[in-house]
Design a binder for this molecule. Structure first.
Ligand code: GLP
Length: 238
């Protein structure tokens, strides 16, 4: 695990965009893991800027997103499917993208199907992660045990409250999600975690206490041989 502290959010976005640019230059057929939330928005803006400038090409790449609310329609503005199309996929030339299907009738079958699709693609080359205020990655909430594969999870109060800012007053917010399991995340050949903003300083502090435990799901990344954790100064408490 490598820890990198940069001055501000824009610097983190540019540094992570550099990693995506290099990945696609070296392996145009890369399988990319992608995340949602507020944190990657600046990264996606930078990737779109580079795409428009002819500096990066996604035409042979494919991607898998970490998670999706369940149930939710793909046309719901707060679905992660919608988020990804709005912020990235409709603005670049990615060959193919996959997101857990929040519209599936049978969520268990959908999880198995999603794992099969990731396996058939050869696993993930470069996985992007953000972190929840409670240390979650994807929607792997603090818990005693973790399924290895994709699963249907009940969201915790902390995540529901943190994400309620995206939903309008009175708008229904799904209490469950389909999330990639710890297995696919940790099997990724390379992982980048972005931690930005002063509100993430307390969880960043707990993450770097030097122990691995399910109370902070992101702490499993400390065991990964090629994980880089980028923080801005605000999150690093510097
Ligand atoms: C969300 C997503 C995570 C994300 C995290 C942090 O709910 N499931 O993938 O990393 O919570 O979000 P944000 O970047 O908005 O703080």
């Amino acid at each position: 695990m490598k820890k990198v502290v940069l001055d501000n959010y824009d610097d983190v976005c540019r540094a992570v965009a550099d990693i995506y640019s290099r990945q696609l230059r070296e392996k145009p057929h890369s399988v990319l893991g992608l995340a949602t939330g507020g944190t990657p928005i600046g990264l996606y803006e930078e990737l779109v800027r580079r795409y428009n400038a002819g500096e990066i090409d996604f035409s042979m790449a494919r991607s898998f997103n970490l998670d999706e609310y369940y149930p939710i329609s793909k046309s719901h503005p707060q679905s992660y499917d919608y988020f990804m199309r709005e912020n990235l996929f409709d603005k670049i030339n990615i060959a193919r993208y996959s997101i857990p299907n929040g519209e599936a009738d049978d969520p268990v079958a959908e999880c198995e199907r999603y794992d099969g699709e990731i396996a058939a693609a050869g696993g993930i080359d470069l996985m992007l992660l953000g972190i929840g205020l409670n240390g979650h990655i994807g929607f792997n909430e603090p818990s005693d045990t973790y399924p290895i594969g994709t699963y249907l999870v009940d969201l915790t109060e902390s995540s529901l409250t943190a994400n309620s800012r995206f939903f309008g007053p009175g708008e229904h917010q799904p209490g469950r999600a389909l999330t990639m399991g710890i297995g696919a995340i940790l099997s990724s050949r390379s992982i980048v975690l972005m931690i930005c903003g002063a509100n993430k300083a307390p969880i960043a502090k707990r993450l770097f206490e030097g122990k691995v435990y399910t109370g902070v799901p992101a702490s499993f990344l400390l065991l990964h041989p090629d994980a880089t954790i980028f923080l801005d100064k605000a999150a690093a408490g510097a």
